[in-house]
Design a protein. Structure first.
Length: 281
């Protein structure tokens, strides 16, 4: 990952929040992992529920949404913006970095897992599942090949998994059948690890691991991303102080429904209040 040159606002401790965004509430799995690993950091999360899913949107549309969301996060004085969405990371990361400039640092969910594959799975065959946008962008393959670590990455688009999870069809026989149909695809034969390249997929990690019965390492990208964020903030003097009251996180969505609010508990691990913030008004 390219590390930006530290800017003058870096200090020993930094109380400004971490901003995160995703096409919906799936990125709350990343927020959950970050909150667990960095309990003193305040999070400002934006879920673009009016435009989900990003997985079947054009790169141009995703870029337009991402820039608009960054305007909100910059107004919230975020020190770091995490693109907590594989599709947006693939389509808009470079543009967002250029747009944000020196106002905040920008991280994505792709580079940390690519670096992890290079360290832990050099010379091995690795599978990856994600949305059509993420897989068809070929961004993981290009970045893994650039490592020149001999990682043979095999990707498979699994478009039914996101709507299945969002509709609550997981941890049952219906989802077991769909998961088995995808994981039994020839593209994933002979892999030693499987990357869950969608922020929704940690919710079905146990089912995927049960399918493989210990034969394949199932890699939850949210944990890898959270560790990378901690290392990045520490290296740049941007960690929040450890003393003081517990942080109060804020969660925004571009389109509010009661079902979104009810589902946030599944993704974040506890009840949260969603604030409606229309992007285009």
């Amino acid at each position: 990952m390219t590390t930006p040159t530290p800017t003058p606002f870096a200090s020993a401790t930094d109380t400004r929040p971490i901003g995160m965004f995703d096409s919906g509430i799936g990125g709350l799995t990343v927020a959950r992992a970050v909150a667990r690993r960095l309990p003193h950091e305040r999070i400002v999360y934006f879920g673009d529920t009016a435009h989900l899913p990003y997985g079947d949107k054009s790169a141009a549309a995703i870029q337009a949404y991402s820039v608009k969301i960054c305007d909100l996060l910059l107004r919230q004085k975020c020190k770091l913006i995490m693109i907590a969405c594989n599709s947006a990371s693939a389509a808009a990361y470079e543009l967002v970095r250029e747009y944000v400039g020196s106002k905040a640092r920008v991280l994505n969910v792709i580079d940390p897992i690519v670096a992890h594959l290079g360290r832990a799975y050099a010379g091995r065959r690795v599978g990856l599942i994600g949305t059509k946008q993420t897989v068809n962008s070929n961004v993981y393959k290009k970045k893994v090949d650039d490592l020149d670590a001999g990682v043979d990455l095999q990707s498979l688009a699994t478009p039914l998994l996101v709507p299945m999870i969002e509709e609550g069809f997981f941890k049952n026989s219906i989802s077991d059948d769909i998961i088995a149909a995808y994981l039994g695809h020839a593209a994933l034969a002979g892999i030693g690890a499987l990357v869950l390249a969608c922020t929704h997929y940690p919710l079905i990690k146990e089912q995927i691991a049960r399918y493989y019965a210990g034969r394949v390492d199932v890699l939850d990208a949210s944990d890898v991303v959270a560790a990378d964020a901690e290392a990045y903030l520490a290296a740049h003097g941007l960690l929040a102080p450890t003393a003081g009251a517990a942080p109060v996180h804020h969660f925004y969505v571009s389109d509010f429904t009661r079902s979104f609010e009810e589902s946030t508990r599944l993704f974040f691990g506890k009840e949260v209040h969603l604030e409606h913030y229309p992007l285009w008004e």
